[in-house]
Every structure is written in C-alpha cells, then in structure tokens.
Design a protein around this ligand. Sequence first.
Ligand code: HAM
Length: 445
Amino acid sequence: MSPKPKFQAIKGTRDLLPPETELWNRVEETARAVFGTFGFGEIRVPVFEPTELFARAVGGETDIVSKEMYTFSDQPQEKTESGPSSAATRHSPLATSVSLRPEATASVCRAYIEHNMNQWPQPVKLYYMGPMFRRERPQKGRYRQFYQIGAEVLGGTDAPAIDAEVIEMVMTFFSRLGLKGVQLNVNSIGCRNCRPQYVELLRAELQKVKDKLGADSQRRIDTNPLRVLDSKLESEQPIIEKLPRIGVHLCAECAAHYAAVKRQLELRGVLYRENWRLVRGLDYYMRTTFEITAAGLGSQNAVCGGGRYDGLVELLGGPPTKGIGFAIGEDRLILSLQESGKEPVAQGRDVYIAWMGEHAHATAIRAAKDLRNAGFRVELPPVEQKFGKALGHADKLGAKFALILGDNEVSSGEWTLKTLADGSQQKFTEPQLLEFLRKQTTVSS
Ligand code: HAM
C-alpha cells in the first residue's frame, strides 16, 4: 500500500475534479439562465461576516449558530510604532468576532440595507451561488464546506404570487436539469401574532409526553419546541403525529395567505404536498416554508429549503421589508443527478494534433490557434512524439480526431485527419478542415 500523502483535504471538505466539475458548471449555467428569465440578478457577498450578523438573523439558539459556525477573532490592522503584528495590536480590544458564512440570506439582507436597495424598483430579486460552512458531522450529502445556489426576493409586497413564483422558479430549474423524484413540501408556520400561542400550546402538550421523548427533543421543549416536529427519531413518530397542528392555529391573515399561496401554485401547475411538520431550522422564517427532496440521497435528501422572512431586514437595522427566498444544496443536487445517470461523459478533445518535425510544429501551433478560435477543444503536444505514441495519447484523452502534420502535409498543404473511432483518414486543406469539423460537431451535439 502506498503511504498516505502528507496533506489531505480537511474532514468534511473535498476537491471537485474534472469531469465532475463539468456537471457543476452545467448546473450553475442552467441556474443563471433560468433565474435570469425570472428577472433575477446575481449578488456576490463575502464569505465571512461579523458573527453577530448570523447570530441575530439565523438565531443564537439554532444548531447552526450555537455549534456549527467557524468563528475567529479578526484583529484590526492598526499601525503602531512596532508594526502591525506587535503585542499591542494582537490583543486589541477592537478585535471583532467574525464567522465563515453558514448561509447567505443574512448577508443578502445586510447588503440590501447597506446599499439602500429599498430605493431600487421593488421587489429586488437576487441570486447567489458559492460555498457555505457548517461544522456538521460529515456523511453522504453533508459536508463542512458545501455549496448553495440561492435566491432572495426583497421589498415590495408579500403577495402570495411572489411565494408561488419563487417556488415555481426552483421547480423549473430542477425540471430543466432533469432531476428525478422531486417532491415539494409546503407549510405555513404563522406569524408573530399567531405562532407564539401555538408554540405555547405545543410546549404544554410536549411537557405531558416528555418522558417518552429523546434527550434532544426534551431539551427543545424549552429552547425551541417547533424543532421537535423535525425529529426523525423512530420512537417519537407516533407521539409527534398526535401533537396539535399549526394549520388550525393560524390567524385569519396567515390562513388566507397560505390558502392563496397554494392556489397560486396550482395556477402555475406546481405539484406540492402539505407537510405540517415542516418548520425549518432557522429562526427568521414566518408564514410560507418549503423544502424539496429528490431521489438517490438517503437520509440527507433535502435538496432545497426556503421560506418567507418578513421582518428580517428590520431586525438587522433596515426598514420594514418583506422577504422570501430559498437555497439549494448544490452538492446534493449534483449527487442526485449523478445517481440518476445524468453525469456528463468526460469531455475529451475534438482534435489532437500529432506533429513531427520543426516545420510541422510551426504549422501545428497555427492550426491549434485557428481551431481554438473556432471553438474546438484542441490538444497540442508540447514536444515531438512518434505518430504511434501520439495516436495512443489522443485515444486516452478521448479525442475524436487526430490531425496528422508531418513534412509531407506541410509542404503539400493537404492535412490528414484521422477519425479515431474507426481509423478512417481523409485529406483536407485548412479551410476544408474547419468546414468539415464544424459539420461534424453540429451533427454530434
Ligand atoms: P438550509 O435549509 O439551512 O436553508 O439550507 C438549504 C439547503 O442547503 C439544504 O436543503 C441542503 O440541501 C443544503 N445544505 C445545508 N447544510 C448542508 C451541508 N452541511 N452539506 C450539504 N448541503 C447542505 C438556508 O440555508 C436558508 N438560507 C435558505 C433560504 C434562503 N431561506 C430563505 N432564503
């Protein structure tokens, strides 16, 4: 057995390599295209922010903030006589606690306030993609550095058509990708007028069955009883099924809003399943919540989560603002696509240029430039190789054609093109070659 390399990716992080990265790129390109058709523009926010931003937005009691964030103390770079790394600056009382972002909704809301986006035409529709960081126990579909593709609609009204359109957009994206086994779950978790009463009722009911619950749920009776509904513990399922359901405790406004969201989904032909236990693990949600699961993911099967969060911008110091959005777990989306055989075939080269001789090298360099400018994937070996070896290499790289350039070809201006699949050969001048390749790739793509 060969010895382990000295350095390895940190637990819960991983390298994404070709050809898999082609699938990642295709997914991201499709997201940009689909979200663009719904009028969304891209926002890029920093990967770290003040810890306080996440504590306030996501909630100090949530698992994400209380135990999963990568937090460190950031020293201000003050100039002192002895330089920026002196003891005086290292222990500056001005040091701030910063955290790697565990999600991006908080940052997008911070940016909305910071850039006075409430002055833009409302609502502001933004999407983002990039890495997020949570110190979770790694397993299939769960990483410490993972990737999200998300979108947020901020400002304007809380019209149910907005909730439905946001959901329609994710579903359109998934269907464009050919994602299998997509199941949309929706719920309403009420607002600050009706939810507190329901939470109290739930707490009281949970107290009655406390002894039958596991340790996590017992703790949550005090900290966040709604999260008990999330429990996957087998023994708790029959108990949870008998608990009071939020649907019948919504205030009139929330009930009307929820009914209208469902109607709007139906108008759009979006199939959904109601799931009264869908409460989500972040504090900022109110009213509409949703989660989407997909095939082939095992226990970590939520491929997208989202919901409405009116009031979050205000909580972060901005004006009263409506908000709704979602984030897709891109790692899980990719896993699901791979499980259902949507992997891209390794994209080989279109043309491998097998050249021999100094004159041929000059011609090969020019030919490579022309072919690449025309959009073909070209491999140009940097050193001379015997034709036999070159063709073997071309085969390994999955090239479709080998362009053979030796002294004869250069002097006659007639180039030999070998089709690697069947070994057939044809002669072309350079313009004829471009014409032929163009036709071939249009036919095969
Ligand atoms: P979330 O449910 O925490 O929501 O995450 C959204 C999705 O990110 C999950 O459904 C899952 O697919 C993926 N995900 C979460 N944690 C991990 C992990 N450790 N490894 C792999 N994938 C993971 C949010 O983050 C909200 N900001 C969504 C949102 C946007 N709500 C409104 N706007």
